[in-house]
Design a protein around this ligand. Structure first.
Ligand code: G3P
Ligand code: CA
Length: 390
């Protein structure tokens, strides 16, 4: 389940309680100063104030600055920082055949790379069932890292972002290890802490293939000393058991992503757990999440549902319900182009034209969300400035 579709063990009570106290104090303070379980057993990480050091609402560069560059490339990540993003979603993590983590939104890479133009890989095209969905194309788990490095990224949605095709073929697929090094280089170069927000993609699917993601993520975070509660790395996943697994491995802040209310996380499907996202966003479900995570990343429609005509209905109680149990909310995804906006904020019908996204930001920020994923971080920062001015 993902944002495109949305358009598309309980532990750690110490840090949960402390976070809750901070959030209950107004919803705009992100407190992670508490002691994670097994305090002292791992590095505290960067010895700073953790998420508390970030502006709120936090502007998170979704797949970099993917409104302007092909997603999940260093071109996109660099631009997100140039534009001032508080955090960069670098990256959505999927594995290679030889066990490296790389940054692609999906394991299927036909739409985000030039793999179709490589005759040497023509016989790798196949159909697989990915989280119950037959999917045809080329899959990262069928390529070695060396093979993937011969590919180049292309714009995923050229109908919405024709200008971005200018950059097709310019950048290779980053590895997560390269991202961790890049984060340190950029932090030094820019004189400010760079934050990243990686996501484990399809963790149950990959574990069944013998390519478990969480241990690989944890190993790299430890290698670079970024596995602490104040480390500038927030981890996210649509599968709650992936976040629970990460909670046992590292002390980083953790966020459970939530797709549409009627959907079921795929780990629940595999485990015959009948609960849906609607169950997870009840007070009881949120309390359970707060036992192992610090936040949720709901689709924006869980904050303000859309009517049948695509315009916004009344906000739900999700923001206040989540804050009551100490969870922060980083919903996804605000994009400038008409098709991604609620109907009342669209301007004309062109699929590549911008709508009144500032109007949309104003409405969403007014709900009390703690941040937002956006493909256009510069727009998000201007909208935040407007919001904070009042
Ligand atoms: O991680 C927030 C958002 O990125 C979740 O959706 O599908 O874009 O990874 P997706
Ligand atoms: Ca993501």
């Amino acid at each position: 389940m993902d944002s495109d579709q949305a358009n598309g063990q309980t532990q750690g009570t110490g840090r949960r309680a402390l976070l809750g106290a901070a959030v209950l104090g107004g919803g705009a303070v992100l407190g992670l100063a508490g002691t994670a379980r097994a305090a002292g057993s791992r590095t505290a990480g960067h010895g700073g104030r953790g998420l508390k050091s970030l502006p709120v609402p936090t502007v998170i560069g979704h797949r970099g600055a993917s409104g302007y560059r092909p997603e999940h490339t260093f071109g996109s990540y660099d631009l997100a920082l140039d534009l001032g993003a508080d955090m960069v979603e670098a990256g959505d993590l999927v594995p290679t055949k030889d066990g490296h983590l790389v940054c692609r939104h999906e394991p299927e890479i036909g739409g985000t790379t030039d793999v179709a133009a490589h005759p040497e890989f023509a016989d790798r095209k196949t159909t697989k069932v990915l989280d119950g969905v037959p999917t045809t194309g080329w899959f990262t788990e069928d390529f070695t890292l060396a093979e993937l490095k011969t590919l180049r990224a292309v714009e995923r949605i050229p109908a919405n972002r024709p200008h971005n095709t200018l950059y097709d073929g310019r950048w290779e697929i980053p590895t997560f290890e390269e991202v961790l090094k890049w984060q340190d280089e950029q932090t030094r170069k820019r004189g400010r802490q760079v934050w990243i927000y990686p996501e484990t993609k399809h963790p149950t699917y990959f574990r069944k293939l013998g390519l478990g993601l969480e241990e690989r993520v944890a190993k790299l975070l430890r290698k670079y000393g970024k596995d602490g509660r104040n480390s500038p790395v927030v981890l996210q996943s649509f599968e709650p058991t992936s976040i629970q697994r990460l909670n046992r491995l590292v002390d980083n802040p953790l966020v459970v992503l939530l797709s549409s209310a009627g959907s079921r996380p795929y780990d629940f499907v595999e485990a015959n757990d009948p609960r849906t996202v609607a169950d997870l966003i009840t007070p009881r479900g949120l309390r359970e999440i707060a036992g192992y995570a610090q936040g949720i990343g709901p689709t924006l429609d869980l904050i303000i549902p859309r009517k049948a005509d695509g315009s916004l209905a009344e906000p739900t109680t999700l923001v206040s319900d989540a804050h009551k149990v100490g969870l922060i909310l980083h919903p996804y995804t605000l994009r400038n182009e008409n098709p991604f906006l609620p109907a009342e904020y669209r301007k004309g019908g062109a699929a590549d034209a911008y709508g009144d996204v500032f109007g949309a930001y104003k409405t969403y920020f007014a709900t009390g969300i703690d941040g937002v994923f956006t493909d256009n971080p510069d727009t998000g920062l201007l909208a935040r400035a407007d919001f904070l001015k009042g």
